[in-house]
Ligand binder design. Structure first.
Ligand SMILES: [Zn+2]
Length: 201
């Protein structure tokens, strides 16, 4: 059970952080319709005949799906930029800049915005490196763009307490934040070695 919020914290003008222990109860614990507030019950929904929660009164169907995350793998001189996370989840661990795509925003715009918010850098997006999800818990899908840095130096923020470039041999594999971080970096490295061609005999 989450801690009971005191009067000051629940004031509408007081900013809050999302509590991941609460967020992870979604969608199992959804009880009421977000449109009309009536009770929702599991029903078989056509045409796929899957069971979803449906509002008894207005018919609204809750179709939960994975959240989309977009991020940037910023590279320079064969090195990759990583940041040490300043906030939960996985605070203190390393990953690339990125975050949730807002409703009404494109993945590319979200990757640029999150990179600017977390590191202060205006980057130029390149190709998509890949789309990643943890098969054990596919609650997010992560679109990763290759990116080139502009003229700004990376700066630390509340969300990124340390920001630096790593050469392929320096990547802190034991301290990476997510399995999707590990997978994207592995893809980048294998593509890097393909670009260089086979090692000389
Ligand atoms: Zn309803």
């Amino acid at each position: 059970m989450p801690a009971k919020r005191d009067a000051q914290v629940s004031h509408p003008d007081c900013p809050v952080h999302a509590d991941h222990r609460v967020q992870h109860q979604f969608p199992e614990k959804v009880r009421f319709c977000p449109l009309c507030g009536s009770e929702m019950k599991p029903r078989i929904v056509l045409p796929d005949r899957k069971r979803f929660k449906v509002c008894d009164r207005c018919g609204f169907v809750y179709f939960p799906g994975p959240k989309l995350v977009a991020g940037c793998l910023i590279t320079a001189n064969g090195r990759v930029l990583l940041l040490r996370r300043g906030i939960e989840p996985q605070v203190g661990k390393w990953t690339f800049p990125g975050g949730y795509v807002d409703l009404g925003e494109t993945p590319a715009a979200a990757a640029l915005r999150e990179t600017r918010e977390e590191t202060g850098m205006q980057v130029q997006l390149g190709r998509v490196l890949g789309v990643y999800a943890d098969p054990a818990a596919p609650i997010v899908a992560v679109v990763v763009y290759m990116a080139k840095a502009g003229i700004e130096q990376a700066s630390v923020t509340d969300e990124a307490t340390e920001v630096r470039y790593f050469s392929p041999t320096e990547i802190p594999w034991q301290e990476l934040a997510f399995s999707t971080t590990r997978e994207a970096l592995s893809d980048w490295l294998s593509q890097l070695s393909q670009e260089k061609g086979p090692p000389l005999p």
